[in-house]
Design a protein. Structure first.
Ligand code: AMP
Ligand code: ZN
Length: 432
């Protein structure tokens, strides 16, 4: 019924396994220059239960940067077979290294994740994310092969070729970034195809924050079931947490990771069910273990049991990153609040962008919204009303009234990989 027996372990058994593995992780991590120093005085006997993980220090992105490239490796470079890097565009990148065993374990986690949403070896999977340093390429690819699917390594972009491959090889499963899925759905129709007639059944969507409204939109536009896939390169890549067919949150694979949710200000665990920063520890990676990594991603544990029978705890969809927050007129705003409003409006097309601008001495946001072709009419009054209604709904959600600019569909350039939702124009223009 499940891909791996550990998926239905009793909580007590799972937690015993975690603490056992955690002790081994600390022992192993100490072989790296970074943790060798940081954990040199740590007494492993302090780890009696899985919750004793709080006795260990956090690891931050800055730690990884300061150790770039090899400071966290526990063995000689000869033992490694692959590296990936995080998509961060600023500053020093962070690189992650894998031994053969690490690659195998990651492929297993990925296969398990796909199995949880009904993918089987008889499926044909088209991987539409970029290959290269980004983990969404080879990570999904290896998992798909591990499961035994015929795998089409299409890579990103080139919509027409994607459609041809899907039709020629009767592709049943897509791996696609959500912002690209919205764009792609529109292109499929423009190319003269009916999405309901396409062979696909399942889309694995992830790699970037998106709302429930966006998921529903993808499902309706494409006539597909879309499942949320969460991961980050520091924790291997995709396959860290994945929805099951219930679509009620993502199971964190707790035999391979320990997940915690903390208050980013105090570092303490938040109360069960409250939103905070996700902190992750690798339990099975031998080459580059990472302990209590502060992901900056905001989410919460979903209380209770999942109807699917898996015992691994679920996290809610990521609402944003701690560093995504905009402060406008003293109010904290997350881009996903804006997306949630926009994607629920039928007139709104498949893309939008939030521009950070300066008005006088104040910061303000201008939301550029694509309008669907059929709603982009010549009557100015109709458009003006739509603009007002979008502004009013946004104000209702974010408590400030943003500027709203309506643009024609396809007017906003589509990013090649992860969508860029916020553009800072404050130094480039003076608005009034
Ligand atoms: P990278 O390591 O460059 O692939 O980026 C990982 C980051 O992408 C995570 O820390 C999240 O911020 C984001 N991310 C990945 N998957 C999801 C998802 N399903 N929902 C929201 N954000 C995601
Ligand atoms: Zn489930």
């Amino acid at each position: 019924m499940f891909y791996h027996p550990s998926e239905s372990l009793k909580r007590s058994e799972l937690e015993n396994l975690q603490v056992e593995r955690l002790r081994a992780v600390v022992e192993n991590a100490r072989k790296s220059p970074f943790y060798g120093e940081r954990l040199k005085d740590f007494d492993i006997r302090e780890l009696q239960t899985a919750s004793d993980i709080t006795k260990l220090p956090f690891t931050t992105k800055d730690d990884l940067r300061s150790q770039y490239p090899y400071g966290l490796l526990t063995r000689s470079l000869d033992d490694f077979v692959r590296l990936h890097a995080s998509s961060g565009t600023t500053g020093t990148p962070t690189a992650v290294f894998y031994t053969q065993k690490d690659i195998d374990q990651w492929a297993d986690l990925m296969a398990r994740s796909m199995y949880a949403v009904g993918v089987r070896r008889s499926d044909v999977l088209q991987n539409m994310s970029g290959y290269g340093l980004f983990t969404g390429g080879l990570g999904i690819h290896y998992g798909s092969e591990r499961l035994g699917c015929l795998t089409v390594p299409a890579g990103a972009g080139n919509t027409r070729r994607q459609i041809k491959l899907i039709r020629d090889f009767s592709v049943t499963v897509l791996h696609i970034i959500p912002s690209f899925a919205l764009y792609f759905a529109q292109k499929v129709v423009e190319e003269g195809f009916d999405p309901a007639e396409m062979p696909w059944k399942v889309a694995l969507i992830g790699a970037e924050p998106h709302t429930e409204e966006t998921r529903r939109r993808i499902e309706e536009l494409m006539h597909i079931k879309a499942y949320n896939s969460y991961g980050l390169s520091e924790m291997n890549g995709p396959g860290v947490a994945f929805e099951c067919t219930e679509q009620t949150g993502m199971h964190v694979w707790e035999d391979a990771y320990i997940a915690e949710i903390i208050d980013p200000a105090t570092g303490e665990h938040v109360a069960e069910g409250e939103v905070g920063e996700l902190v992750m520890t690798t339990l099975t990676r031998e080459g580059m273990p990472i302990i209590r990594y502060r992901t900056r991603d905001l989410t919460r544990f979903i209380p209770g049991q999942c109807a699917c029978g898996r015992t691994h705890r679920r996290i809610d969809r990521i609402t944003g990153r701690a560093d995504d927050m905009l402060i406008i007129k003293g109010v904290n705003i997350y881009p996903m609040q804006i997306e949630q409003v926009l994607m629920a409006m039928p007139e709104v097309g498949q893309n939008y962008v939030i521009e950070l601008i300066r008005e006088g001495f104040m910061d303000q946001i201008r939301v550029k919204v694509e309008v669907k072709e059929e709603y982009f009419v010549e009557d100015m009054r109709v458009l003006r009303n739509l603009q007002k209604s979008i502004a009013a709904r946004l104000c209702n959600e974010i408590l400030v009234t943003p500027r709203v600019e309506l643009v024609m569909h396809d007017a906003i350039p589509k990013a090649a990989g992860k969508a860029v939702r916020v553009v800072d124009l404050r130094d480039q223009e003076k608005d009034s």
